[in-house]
Structure formats: C-alpha cells, structure tokens
Write a protein of this length. Structure first.
Length: 446
C-alpha cells in the first residue's frame, strides 16, 4: 500500500517509523551492499513493488533490508517474507475490563527487541481519552473472585507501603532502582490477573498499578523511551479507571498530553485535556489541567480560548478541600499559575498584559527583567532571561524567566509539570516532578 493508506505493508510500516522515504530507504540498501563490496540495483520503484505489489525481495536483498532495519542476520528467513519482519506496535489497548491486565502486560513487554515501538498517533490518544470520559469505571471493576488462597489486607498494605517508600527517594536517585519499579509493577499485575481478592482490595491494587505505571512511564520518558512511556501511561489509565479513580485517570491523560506538547503537538494535547477535564472531580486537579490546556491553546495561537482556560484555572485553584487534594497536583500555587500564565502570554506574543487577576497571585510574584525569547512551547526549549535581582524570584504573569545558573527555587519547580522543562546544559528534558513524589514537601527540584 502507499504511504497514506491505513494498513501499510510491514516493510512500509517499519520504514515510516524510521522516518525514511522510499528513496532514502533504497539509498540505505545501497550502503549495506557497498559495505560488502557489492552493488545493489534497488531504487524507490522496487521498494514500492515490495510494499504495494507484494513482490518478494530476493534473499540477498532481504539481508540488506535486515541490516538497514537493525535486525540480526540470523533472524532473516527469505522464504517467510515478510513474516520475519518485527511488528510495529501502535500501542493503544482499547479501554475495557477485559483489557486492564493486557494493557499492563503490553507496557511491561515494550522492551522486547522483536517489537519496534512507534509514536502512537495523536488521534488514537484523543479517542482513548474520549472512551475514558464516556465509560463508567464501576462496570470495569465487576467480577467475582477466583477460588484459591485470597490476597489479604496485609499483602496489599505492604505493596502500597513499598511503593510509597520507593517514592521517598530523590528523583535523580530513582534511576538506580528502576528495575525494582518494574518488578513491583509486574507482581501487582500478576495479583490483579489472579483475581483472588475482595473487590475493595482489588480496587486498591488497580490504583497501585496506576500509580506505579505513572512512575515507570516517567522513568522511560526521562531515558528517551517515549513509545514505552506512552504505553505505561495508557496501562495506568486502564487501572485508574478500573479502580474508579477519576482524578488519577485525568492525571495520566494529562501526562499523555504533556508528552504530546513535548513533541510539539499541541493539537493532540488540547484534545486529550478537553476530554480529561470533562470527568475530573477535584477543583485543584481541574485547575492544573486547565492551565496545561491554556499552554496548548497558546501554542496554537488561540487567544480567547487561552484566556478562558487561564480564568478557569484561577477560579478553581484553592476552591476545593485541601484535605483530599490529589498528591499529583497538591504542589500547585498561585505563583505557579502566574508563571505559566506569563508563558502563555509570551506564546501569544503579548509581553505587557497581566492575565491573572487574583491579588494573591500577583503578591506571590516579584518582577524581573526579561528579554524577548522564542516560545518554549514551540521549540521544547526554555527561554532565557536576565534577572535583575541575584536572588531567585518568581516572574509576574506578563513576563517569562528562568533562574540563575540554570536552577529553580523549590517553589517554582512545580510549574515544570505544566510544560516540559529542559536542561540549560544539555538541552534535554529534565525529570518531571509531579509524578515522582507523593507530597509537596518531599518533592525534589529538577
């Protein structure tokens, strides 16, 4: 099939994932032959015949193709073409009770070398978010326990306490125990699959799986494994839904939107966040998601929509009961709102107007001197500024600033969970704080 068709040939799917045109793929085949001191007559027309007309490459050409795709020569079976090609995994497991465990298994197996992970299409993520918004979670948690030794309260409590203990480590230290997170999630997955528990304990296991999936997703994200990160967030969404935790589900959708924004796809981010907001329950959670939505809308140049989202974020911030605020948004403050409101204005080309009207938000901010810089939401890089006062201070809503020596004060680091921050030294994204730690006080700066 041609490149625009929905079900491409396995070779075409792999080529597209690698970002190669047919001309570039043919040139790569030539290079593989040249390294052997040979020549190849493959051109774009021959590649098209392989992908569209079902023509089988000869055995020698298949060895060149394997080399281009990074597949070991011993995996090549010319007679089985194209079955020996690795599959391209699109990664979206449909939401449903029967798919809760398969979604976790899918994520846990993403490092299989026979699976080439591609970026999940934005349209598929928006559809998944719509499915989450339109499906009642209570229907997913149904089902009688299976016979056998039941999982007791002590076991589930131990698993929860272990997870909380792991999360007390500083963000930069967790890379050393990443396999522990994987093993912990794998065991929780097995217990869910065995279904030897009462329904209340099952709901807690699903919520624990959602939390662990979110943490592992950020580990994958920070190591550049974006396809795997997406699949862990999706697995977490399944389990938050099964555990009837709407706000956790919204958080996971917010993480997928964050990743879409990081990939310079604000359209997908806005689509996901709009669906997530339709079922978010706590005002603080809604406030944070509205603020993320404003950043996406500002990147799209939608001035009125951006202003409406900022107004909603301000109105909802602090409106709920702080006693039951979700941990993933408990750090948000008027200062964080003001900082990202300023970034929205910068994206819209407005560096003079104050958007956040709350006196409390304005009092939380101290003015700084800024110079024009390219929007971080469009480039994935944070803009720079000249700070008038040598002490770190939060900017006014109409300004955009980073902090001296590439660091941020503790209170400002939380705004990085709204939009992707980058390292001033390497230009690479730093670890996201909000998914790592259970409380504001234990959150480490990034």
């Amino acid at each position: 099939m041609d490149e625009g068709e929905r079900t491409p040939h396995p070779l075409a799917a792999l080529r597209i994932v690698l970002g190669l045109s047919r001309v570039e793929f043919a040139e790569a085949v030539h290079d593989a032959a040249r390294r052997r001191g040979l020549r190849s007559g493959i051109d774009k027309h021959r590649v098209r015949k392989w992908e569209v007309n079902g023509v089988r490459p000869d055995a020698v050409s298949q060895t060149y193709i394997a080399e281009v795709l990074g597949i070991p020569p011993w995996d090549v079976d010319p007679a089985a073409w194209p079955a020996w090609l690795p599959r391209v995994d699109q990664g979206v497991v449909p939401l449903g009770h029967a798919n809760t465990v398969p979604a976790l298994r899918e994520a846990l197996h993403t490092m299989d070398r026979r699976t080439l992970l591609s970026a999940i299409p934005g349209s598929a993520l928006v559809l998944l978010a719509g499915s989450w918004a339109g499906t009642e979670p209570t229907a997913l948690a149904a089902g009688p326990p299976r016979p056998g030794a039941a999982v007791g309260e002590d076991v589930v409590s131990l698993l929860e306490e272990t997870s909380a203990r792991l999360n007390t480590l500083a963000t930069e230290q967790r890379q050393h125990i990443a396999p522990l997170y994987d093993a912990h999630l794998a065991r929780v997955t097995d217990l869910i699959d065995e279904r030897r528990y009462a329904r209340p304990l099952g709901a807690r296991l699903h919520k624990l799986a959602a939390s662990l999936s979110q943490t592992v997703a950020w580990i994958r994200f920070d190591h550049g494994q974006h396809g795997a990160a997406s699949r862990y967030w999706i697995a977490g969404l399944h389990n938050a839904h099964a555990g009837n935790d709407r706000d956790m589900g919204a958080a996971l959708l917010g993480d997928l939107a964050y990743q879409a924004s990081w990939r310079n796809d604000p359209t997908t981010a806005a689509g996901i966040l709009t669906k997530a907001l339709s079922r978010t329950t706590h005002p603080a959670a809604s406030s944070l998601l509205h603020l993320r939505l404003a950043r996406a809308q500002a990147a799209l140049g939608e001035r009125r929509a951006t202003q409406n989202s900022l107004n909603a974020a301000e109105r909802l911030l602090g409106a709920g009961d702080n006693a039951d605020i979700p941990a993933w948004c408990s750090w948000m403050s008027p200062a964080d709102l003001a900082v990202d409101a300023g970034r929205c204005l910068l994206d819209l080309g407005d560096t003079t107007r104050h958007t956040v009207s709350s006196p409390k938000a304005r009092r939380s901010c101290r003015p700084v001197v800024t110079r024009p810089a390219e929007s971080s939401s469009r480039t994935g890089r944070r803009a720079t500024s000249a700070v008038a006062n040598p002490k770190p201070q939060l900017p006014t809503p109409s300004k955009l600033s980073t902090w001296p020596n590439g660091s941020e004060p503790h209170g400002a680091s939380s705004s990085s969970a709204i939009w992707p921050p980058t390292s001033p030294r390497t230009g690479q994204r730093k670890a996201c704080p909000n998914s790592w730690t259970p409380s504001r006080n234990s959150r480490s700066t990034v």
